[in-house]
Design a protein around this ligand. Structure first.
Ligand code: C2E
Ligand code: MG
Ligand code: MG
Ligand code: MG
Length: 290
């Protein structure tokens, strides 16, 4: 992006050079400001896990929760993960941030019904760091959280930069009973070859396909093909970003097992999640939909 801006700057004369340089400088300053605030927040333990339910689409029973990091800074306000996670990655804060969130998440999930799993996102840079597995296991050990209840979500991007390293980390985790899912499938640099090289327990169909499933034939065909492939490969499937009842219905018709999205519940903090589980345990653990 910097090169593009410079290219345009060169082509459009002196006045523009100043404008672009200034904008770039402002953007860089903002990133640095977020970085500094984030460092402080991580050492103060101020990044919180939120939890979004994942359901069995047919029965609507909650089967687990995905952990999603949330951070509100006193001055910057609520900073979305799409902003602070990439900065944490670039500036070398993702390790401590991730450990903080996993520690809090497992502490919270420990008191949930034991048949519920917890899933957790791993960033690409964590899949080139051979200490990642040790760190995760140490946290689970200290929290007394059964590794068989944990799933890690990784993206194809995370497997690309150093596949051998990623494979070793994934193998180590799997040996301890942790399951591995492929997140955001169908976007980015999807390669079916990846599914031959790596074994995944679960595949998560990206929201982009789900959101267009009702009005777009290609999306429908792609989802059906993914489902058929997963069945053949023995992988579970979760469709992400389900917002409408009609989307859930269609996915059930196609034979999709799992679902996640605002229709079933938004990410909520540990307290609200526990309250919800207590409420639900009096009846079946089922999500209320319209
Ligand atoms: P993701 O892992 O694909 O997580 C799903 C995202 O979709 C979440 O966004 C969630 O809030 C959002 N979502 C869920 N259901 C719906 C829906 O029905 N409609 C719409 N429009 N959105 C829905 P969020 O929380 O903003 O997180 C964005 C991304 O940031 C995540 O994508 C994940 O890649 C990353 N992330 C979040 N927390 C962590 C973390 O602790 N560690 C790492 N490494 N990455 C994280
Ligand atoms: Mg995820
Ligand atoms: Mg996802
Ligand atoms: Mg995503």
């Amino acid at each position: 992006k910097a090169e593009t801006a410079l290219y345009h700057a060169k082509r459009s004369g002196r006045g523009r050079v100043v404008v672009y340089t200034h904008e770039m400088e402002e953007a860089a300053k903002r990133v640095t400001r977020i970085e500094q605030a984030l460092r402080r927040a991580v050492s103060a333990g101020e990044v919180e896990p939120h939890f979004q339910p994942i359901v069995d689409l047919k029965t609507r029973k909650v089967v687990g929760f995905e952990t999603l990091a949330r951070w509100t800074d006193r001055d910057l306000g609520a900073v979305p993960p799409m902003v602070f996670i990439p900065i944490a990655e670039e500036r070398g804060i993702i390790g401590p941030l991730s450990q903080l969130v996993l520690r809090k998440a497992t502490e919270a999930a420990k008191s949930w019904p034991s048949d519920l799993f917890l899933s957790f996102n791993l960033s690409p840079s964590q899949l080139v760091d051979q200490n990642t597995g040790l760190h995760i296991l140490a946290i689970l050990d200290r929290a007394g959280f059964d590794p068989r209840r944990l799933e890690v979500e990784i993206t194809e991007t995370g497997l690309m930069s150093d596949p051998a390293s990623a494979e070793k980390i994934v193998d180590d985790l799997r040996r301890c009973g942790i399951r591995v899912s492929l997140d955001d499938f169908g976007t980015g640099q999807s390669s079916l070859g990846r599914l031959r090289e790596f074994r995944f327990d679960k595949l998560k169909i990206d929201r982009a396909f789900v959101s267009s499933i009702l009005d777009d034939r290609p999306s429908e065909h792609i989802i059906r093909a993914i489902l058929a492939m997963c069945e053949g490969l023995g992988m579970d499937v979760v469709a992400e970003g389900i917002e409408q009842e009609a989307q859930a219905d269609r996915l059930v018709t196609f034979g999709c097992g799992g679902g996640q999205g605002f229709l079933f519940g938004r990410p909520a903090n540990a307290g609200a999640t526990l309250g919800y589980l207590r409420e639900a345990s009096r009846g079946a653990l089922r999500v209320a939909t319209a």
